[in-house]
Structures are given as structure tokens and as C-alpha cells.
Design a protein around this ligand. Structure first.
Ligand SMILES: C[S@@+](CC[C@H](N)C(=O)[O-])C[C@H]1O[C@@H](n2cnc3c(N)ncnc32)[C@H](O)[C@@H]1O
Length: 220
């Protein structure tokens, strides 16, 4: 399982931490909370000086959380929908700082099983819902939709279905896109679905061509 979901090396982890603390200086004082994401599953951890030991993947989830806070403010009370949540690391780290009213994870059945087990064992609290990709039309409407390295890895038809349900109507969105595979969702598709979106280069870059597509029509 470790090999499937750990894609971040030590240097990228450091760059993510630097960016997180640049955007949200208060995160520097609460790294112990984020370390809870490294308790289960024995991830390889790296010593990051004053911030102590963290897995590089946790650093990237913390960076994503800082970008969410920077763009959208508090996530307290929101219905958050995450498409393709991996093992549940972003969900856990998010709940270390914010209390969304609902947090729905949409994924393939095997991944959902892992997320349910992980978030239950982590005892992070939170009002989680686990929605099978085949049933995504039954998932709640989102105040904020997020998806990292997932929407752009789904088959194009599935991604366009998510796009119609979440990119078009959701008032806030944050999508980290990659360009690993052909015939998937492209930035031009995202801009067509949501013309108010911003297309930024991913910082730090996990891989060539990665981008962040985000929008906030709700204001902070
Ligand atoms: C590369 S992983 C990214 C995981 C996580 N977002 C992260 O940043 O670590 C891709 C995720 O997309 C999920 N996925 C693949 N096909 C999907 C689909 N059709 N609908 C929803 N999720 C899907 C995978 O199961 C996995 O959770």
C-alpha cells in the first residue's frame, strides 16, 4: 500500500512545507497535528529541522491545505467533496485545522474501503461520506470541490461527468491536474466548464506540466 500512494520525495516535501508556511505562517506552530497523518501505515519520514519529522506526502497535503486556506479562507461549516482521495490523507490533514460540516469522498470501491478504514482508525472526527464512483450522481452538492492528481487520471468520460456535476455548479473549486496520460481531462476542458477559473502552475512542481485550476465565486 505504501508503494501505491507515496510519490513525494524528501526535497519536494521540504518545498511543500516552505510553501505551506509561507502561505499560512500559523501552520509552523501546529506540525504536531499534521504528524498524526504519519501514525498509521508506517510511512517513511524525513527530519525537517524545526518542523520535526514528517512524511513528504503529509507535507504535500499540508501545502494543499495552506493553498485552500489562502484561496477560500476557513473551511468550517462547508460541504467539501473530494474526488479521488487516495488513502484519505488530505481528508485527515484538513480536519486537523478545519471542521467542514460534511466531507464526501468519491472514489473507486477499493480506495473507499481504505479511506474508511484509515479515517476511522485515525479517529480524526469529521462527518465523512464515502461515495462509490459509479454512484457519484448521488453525492452531495459541494460548497468546495477538491481533487489532486485524480480528476485528470480518470477516464475522460468519467472526468467530464464529474466536471458537469462539480466544476460547473460548485462555487469553489481546487483541482491539481497532471498530464500523465493522453485522452484525459485537459486544462482547456476545465476552462470550458468554468470560465471564471484560474489556471496556475503547480508550486512546487511535482511533475512537468502540473497545474492548479481553481475558482472562488463565493468570496472569502
Ligand atoms: C494518484 S491518486 C491521488 C490520491 C490523492 N488525491 C493524493 O493527492 O494523494 C488518484 C486517485 O484517484 C482515484 N480514482 C481513479 N479513478 C477514479 C474515478 N473514476 N473516480 C474517482 N476516483 C478515481 C484513485 O483511486 C486514487 O484515489
Amino acid at each position: 500500500m505504501l508503494r501505491i500512494f507515496e510519490h513525494v520525495d524528501a526535497d519536494l516535501g521540504r518545498s511543500c512545507l516552505d510553501r505551506a508556511v509561507l502561505l499560512c505562517p500559523e501552520f509552523g506552530a501546529i506540525m504536531d497535528r499534521f504528524r498524526r497523518n504519519d501514525v498509521i501505515g508506517r510511512p517513511e519520514v524525513v527530519s525537517y529541522g524545526v518542523y520535526g519529522e514528517l512524511s513528504p506526502s503529509t507535507c504535500r497535503y499540508v501545502k494543499t491545505l495552506a493553498e485552500l486556506a489562502d484561496r477560500f479562507g476557513s473551511l468550517d461549516g462547508l460541504t467539501v467533496v473530494e474526488i479521488g482521495g487516495g488513502y484519505g490523507g488530505q481528508a485527515l490533514v484538513t480536519h486537523e485545522v478545519f471542521q467542514p460540516e460534511r466531507y464526501a469522498l468519491i472514489d473507486l470501491d477499493e480506495a473507499l474501503e481504505l479511506q474508511r478504514a484509515y479515517l476511522t482508525a485515525s479517529d480524526v472526527g469529521g462527518c465523512f461520506e464515502f461515495v462509490a464512483a459509479d454512484d457519484f450522481q448521488a453525492a452531495p452538492a459541494a460548497d468546495l470541490v477538491i481533487s489532486s492528481y485524480a480528476l485528470t487520471e480518470c477516464y475522460r468520460d468519467a472526468a467530464l461527468g464529474y466536471g458537469e456535476k462539480y466544476v460547473v455548479p460548485s462555487p469553489r473549486g481546487y483541482i491539481v491536474g497532471n498530464q500523465l496520460m493522453a485522452d484525459r481531462l485537459y486544462p482547456t476542458d476545465l476552462l470550458r466548464l468554468r470560465s471564471t477559473g484560474h489556471l496556475d502552475r503547480e508550486v512546487p512542481q511535482s511533475a512537468a506540466g502540473n497545474y492548479v485550476f481553481w475558482w472562488n465565486d463565493a468570496g472569502i
